[in-house]
Write a protein that binds this ligand. Structure first.
Ligand SMILES: *[C@@H]1O[C@H](CO)[C@@H](O)[C@H](O)[C@H]1NC(C)=O
Ligand SMILES: *[C@@H]1O[C@H](CO)[C@@H](O)[C@H](O)[C@H]1NC(C)=O
Ligand SMILES: *[C@@H]1O[C@H](CO)[C@@H](O)[C@H](O)[C@H]1NC(C)=O
Ligand SMILES: *[C@@H]1O[C@H](CO)[C@@H](O)[C@H](O)[C@H]1NC(C)=O
Ligand SMILES: *[C@@H]1O[C@H](CO)[C@@H](O)[C@H](O)[C@H]1NC(C)=O
Ligand SMILES: *[C@@H]1O[C@H](CO)[C@@H](O)[C@H](O)[C@H]1NC(C)=O
Ligand SMILES: *[C@@H]1O[C@H](CO)[C@@H](O)[C@H](O)[C@H]1NC(C)=O
Ligand SMILES: *[C@@H]1O[C@H](CO)[C@@H](O)[C@H](O)[C@H]1NC(C)=O
Ligand SMILES: *[C@@H]1O[C@H](CO)[C@@H](O)[C@H](O)[C@H]1NC(C)=O
Ligand SMILES: *[C@@H]1O[C@H](CO)[C@@H](O)[C@H](O)[C@H]1NC(C)=O
Ligand SMILES: *[C@@H]1O[C@H](CO)[C@@H](O)[C@H](O)[C@H]1NC(C)=O
Ligand SMILES: *[C@@H]1O[C@H](CO)[C@@H](O)[C@H](O)[C@H]1NC(C)=O
Length: 667
């Protein structure tokens, strides 16, 4: 038994290593054209040198070096290269400390600790576009961009040269052969050509976009536009619009950050506010020196990295700071399916520029955009601003005319799962055919270190619970859990498993299962002090989706992709926070609750096996955040494993074996 588990675990771990590595754009293993023969985009990484730095180490692999490198992007082809993004596969634990002539595409802060599995992407700044040699008579300043990179790197003893493993344009419109090492051994190069595969819509090989000055807008979960709507030599007026494009995306109390790259500062802002109102960075900085006779008392913010927040609804009609369409909703951005009028936010700001940009036409958007929402919102990561066709802004006074922005950039943000991020909500499963509830996983939302070691076990599986234990806070459940374990002859570990530490938990209960259909009862518990206005929940149910009929106390709709979207009905769209019990001294605190029964028909899903897993969600989202699901299902006769999580055959087999082993241990 033990041997076969070990064997399977071994197979499983090897399988993980055999997975194809992360995106590497490479055509047939041919050697790329060299600088003389390249008729596309020629990329080089030139290693310029390195020096040992402190702390010194006797282990060669731990010795840090400072290094500098130089990446050159040269357009030798016949089409403009717009909004270039270059990926470099660093593989010696490089720490990127400074970058000139480019920014990190995902807006990460420097120093950046690179991960060999994720190439680092750079976007051109201040010049994101490269013209063709034909259009510029080969003027290097317009067709070439050199980025210098300074950083720290470990290991690779002399005389080996620590070159990156790969170099390519991170744009499906271009195909780059695997980079080759030049004969000098100190540089890496490749030559990218337009991707002629019609399946990926290439922006560069489509002749219409060559004549057209701008790149097409890109799809993403959140699309931010930075429209310059008025321009003066030393200042401009920008309108920033944040639009939710994802059916499950959501932000509450959004906070937006960016970096001014060229000494700009915010003179005034309407429709939003900066978290700090201060001109001191300007007064003591280069801005104060340049704008000698300027009244800085009116300046709103001079930080290089300002934080911008939405105004509360009460400011909507304020003539000084409000009166911007879509502003002033306390930073709430809902999915379009829920309420299109609440799916975007906008604000306007007046920006002052610094030399050498004092020219109406010299406009540079801020870089390194970041947007974050409330505790129960998904995480977003944003790309670099890309120049797109100017936005058409309809006349606010209702005239039949459109005005065009002077210049527009688009910033695309996608829902991302940062490493070591934990869910913020969890799900428990129960069913009419089993008296025990499968609770949320131990530490589903992370366990605070301070509480773990002494009092509870962070790795022990959660104890099955009696249904009424779900109604009380985790801290008050121990007695109930222990009594239940005694009745049911479960083993009680000592110390007990830790709680789930989730602010919101959701119970999915199979209520009935008969010939023609079945029902589930879903209950949301809010253990936080804050309440959730306009909450929504989305469940993915691949096998049961087609049979969805109705949610009785919620407004449930099918939105495609096997996903059922549920929100509160008019007047029930508030999930209250946790409150004190009737007698705070004696009674436990009471969570905010919302509950509905959901019915499914079996006529459109013949043969559905509800207890086997088809009746439980495979993914569940609350306010856009994906919740942690239990790994086991309530047993129906035999102990069954969740089909959820979508592991392969080997995974399920291992899980079944492990469960059997655990059962043996329990008995
Ligand atoms: C580039 O490649 C061509 C043909 O493969 C070769 O003749 C030429 O010498 C190479 N040039 C350089 C600079 O390596
Ligand atoms: C980077 O390399 C290119 C070509 O080798 C060179 O022209 C340029 O001066 C270098 N830039 C820096 C900052 O070293
Ligand atoms: C480059 O590396 C190869 C293989 O390691 C070696 O044979 C060659 O002599 C090196 N060339 C130079 C110029 O150092
Ligand atoms: C390519 O572009 C066309 C028109 O712009 C669009 O209809 C089509 O869906 C796109 N295809 C892909 C794979 O993006
Ligand atoms: C684009 O232009 C080139 C050269 O003018 C031509 O050969 C090619 O067919 C055009 N492609 C499309 C999609 O029109
Ligand atoms: C703003 O003014 C409009 C029209 O005067 C009014 O309908 C609306 O209720 C006001 N909104 C707020 C938040 O005061
Ligand atoms: C706006 O958000 C703040 C902070 O989250 C909260 O205290 C306040 O009640 C909210 N106001 C409205 C009108 O929702
Ligand atoms: C349910 O939600 C949809 C989409 O938001 C909306 O169109 C519909 O009116 C709502 N129905 C009820 C009964 O609230
Ligand atoms: C502003 O920039 C444009 C184009 O970049 C240039 O032609 C013009 O001379 C500049 N004006 C001033 C006052 O520098
Ligand atoms: C204004 O622009 C919108 C969107 O581009 C377009 O649908 C509308 O027809 C335009 N209105 C006028 C008057 O041109
Ligand atoms: C916690 O639980 C795990 C799994 O049940 C067990 O292996 C471990 O020994 C327990 N830790 C403590 C401190 O009891
Ligand atoms: C369905 O999934 C596809 C691909 O994951 C995504 O592009 C699309 O937006 C999704 N549609 C809905 C309605 O969720």
């Amino acid at each position: 038994m033990a041997t076969s588990i070990t064997l399977l675990l071994f197979l499983l771990s090897t399988a993980a290593f055999l997975r194809p590595s992360a995106s590497q754009t490479s055509a047939a293993g041919s050697r790329p054209a060299n600088q003389t023969t390249c008729n596309g985009i020629f990329l080089t990484y030139q290693f310029e040198g390195r020096q040992k730095i402190h702390p010194t180490s006797s282990k060669p692999a731990e010795q840090p070096y400072s290094f500098s490198g130089n990446v050159t992007v040269l357009n030798s082809g016949t089409v403009d290269l717009k909004a270039w993004t270059l990926a470099v596969g660093f593989s010696h634990r490089e720490v990127i400390v400074s970058v000139s002539n480019a920014v990190l595409s995902d807006g990460s802060a420097l120093p950046l600790f690179t991960d060999p599995k994720t190439p680092v992407s750079f976007s051109g700044f201040p010049n994101p576009d490269l013209k063709t040699p034909i259009a510029t008579a080969g003027d290097l300043s317009q067709i070439q961009n050199s980025i210098s990179i300074i950083g720290t790197q470990f290991g690779v003893p002399d005389p080996r040269v620590p070159l990156p493993t790969n170099l390519y344009l991170a744009d499906p419109a271009w195909t780059c052969p695997s980079a080759a090492i030049a004969p000098s051994n100190t540089s890496l190069y490749t030559c990218c050509v337009p991707n002629l595969d019609p399946k990926t819509n290439s922006t560069s090989n489509d002749n219409s976009t060559i004549s057209n000055e701008f790149l097409a807008r890109r799809p993403g979960d959140l699309s931010i536009t930075y429209d310059v709507i008025q321009a003066f030599p030393s200042s401009y007026l920008a309108l920033v619009t944040i639009e939710n494009e994802s059916p499950l995306g959501r932000l509450d109390n959004w906070r937006l950050n960016w970096d001014w790259m060229r000494g700009e500062f915010i003179y005034s802002i309407k429709g939003a506010y900066t978290s700090l109102v201060s001109a001191s960075d300007c007064i003591f900085g280069q801005q104060g020196q340049y704008y000698q006779s300027f009244d800085f008392t009116k300046v709103v913010n001079c930080q290089k990295k300002p934080t911008i927040l939405d105004l509360p609804p009460s400011k909507f009609n304020d003539t000084d700071v409000g009166r911007i369409p879509f502003c002033c909703r306390n930073g709430t951005i809902l999915p379009k399916t829920m309420d299109p009028s609440q799916s975007s936010s906008a604000f306007q700001l007046q920006v002052y520029k610094m030399p050498p940009d004092l020219n109406r036409t010299l406009l540079f958007p801020p870089q390194n955009w970041k947007i974050a929402g409330g505790t129960l919102n998904p995480d977003y990561s944003c790309g670099a601003p890309i120049r797109v066709a100017p936005t058409m802004i309809s006349d606010p006074s209702g005239l039949q005319s459109n005005s065009s922005a002077i210049a527009t950039w688009q910033i695309v943000c996608n829902i991302s799962e940062p490493k070591d991020s934990k869910p913020k909500c969890c799900v428990s499963f129960s069913a009419f055919y089993n008296g025990s509830v499968v609770p949320c996983k131990t530490c589903a939302c992370g366990c605070p270190n301070s509480r773990v070691s002494q009092t509870c076990n962070a790795t022990a599986p959660a104890l099955l619970l009696p249904p009424d234990a779900l109604l009380v806070p985790f801290d008050n459940r121990s007695a109930k859990a222990k009594a239940w374990a005694e009745i049911k002859h479960f083993n009680v570990p000592e110390p007990m498993p830790c709680g789930d530490f989730c602010g919101v938990s959701i119970n999915w209960h199979i209520n009935t299962d008969y010939n023609k259909g079945w029902t589930a009862r879903v209950t949301m518990f809010n253990w936080e002090d804050v309440s959730f206005a306009n909450w929504f929940m989305a469940v993915e149910m691949p096998k049961a989706y087609d049979g969805f009929e109705a949610a009785y106390s919620f407004n449930g709709t099918k939105i495609g992709n096997n996903t059922i979207f549920m929100q509160g009905l008019e007047g029930l769209n508030y999930l209250m926070g946790e409150v004190d019990g009737a007698d705070p001294a004696r009674d436990p605190r009471v969570p905010g609750k919302q509950q509905s029964v959901i019915s499914f028909t079996k006529s459109s899903t013949p043969g559905i096996d509800v207890p086997a897993g088809a009746g439980f969600p495979s993914r569940l989202f609350f306010n856009g955040e994906e919740c942690s699901l239990p790994s086991i299902l309530p047993a129906n006769g035999a102990f069954r494993m969740a089909a959820a999580g979508g592991g392969g055959g080997i995974v399920s087999l291992v899980l079944i074996l492990l469960t059997t082993a655990l059962l043996l241990v329990w008995q």
